[in-house]
Design a protein around this ligand. Structure first.
Ligand code: PEP
Length: 246
């Protein structure tokens, strides 16, 4: 039985006072009956760790370098994330694929770097609207995941996957639970065929998850929780979404 997981992706939002308020509301609303984590901008990791230490809430980063260390100005290594107590690092978010030109192989290398330091990569996959309309959804998400599976080999069962249709991120358009479930089932079958551990990997849905659609999405057989952007910045909404997973 896979325990549900809800991860907040703060993106480039937050400030010290706003974070303190949000995190204390999340702490106060425990327990959730599901695993809950927040992925925050790098500069807030240390404070987030100090605030959440001792609670069962986890924290993580929104990216990680594929390199171990060295002359890579502006990058942050998996070892540094581990030192900050990160449980998770998002890799391959569609905003990074689109705005920073991240390839499937770079995303896979980032996932490998994270796992090597004990940080669980949350590997994002998802199709654009044009790809969905061209009936390419399955081919696209399988191609994206297959780069990670091949790079990680026997460790591929250790990742978390997030299916995030690009057309649903930050748009208010959500995949229907049936549309999402269909893709999740494809991804699970791919993981099962490649690693034998498909039943163990948590596959999250992301894309305009809100309190009013969370329960139905999380009720699908292969949807193991959510990766939540906008709604993770509003304490009441995020708490409601986490409770819907419990
Ligand atoms: C995301 O950023 O991963 C995301 C799913 O955003 P939103 O919930 O705002 O659509």
């Amino acid at each position: 039985m896979r325990r549900k997981l809800v991860v907040g992706n703060w993106k480039m939002h937050g400030s010290r006072p706003a974070n303190a308020e949000l995190l204390s509301a999340l702490i106060a609303a425990r327990p959730y009956g599901a695993d809950v984590a927040v992925c925050v901008p790098y500069v807030f990791l240390t404070e987030t760790a100090a605030t959440l230490a001792g609670s069962e809430l986890r924290w993580g980063a929104q990216d990680v370098s594929a390199h171990e260390q060295g002359a890579y100005t502006g990058e942050v290594s998996a070892a540094m994330l581990a030192e900050c107590g990160c449980r998770y690092a998002i890799v391959g978010h569609s905003e990074r694929r689109a705005y920073h030109g991240e390839s499937d192989q770079l995303v896979a290398d980032k996932a490998r770097a994270a796992l090597a330091r004990g940080v669980t990569p949350i590997v994002c996959v998802g199709e654009t609207l044009a790809e969905r309309e061209a009936d390419q959804t399955e081919a696209v998400v399988k191609r994206q995941l297959s780069a990670v599976i091949h790079t990680l080999a026997h460790c591929a069962g250790e990742i978390v996957v997030a299916y995030e249709p690009v057309w649903a991120i930050g748009t208010g358009r959500t995949a229907t639970p049936q549309q999402a479930q269909q893709v999740h089932a494809v991804l699970r079958a791919q993981l099962q065929a490649a690693t034998g551990h498909g039943q163990r990997v948590r596959i999250l849905y992301g894309g305009s998850v809100k309190p009013d659609n969370a329960a139905e999405l999380f009720g699908q057989a292969d949807i193991d929780g959510g990766l939540v952007g906008g709604a993770s910045l509003k304490a009441a909404d995020f708490v409601a979404i986490c409770r819907a997973a419990g």
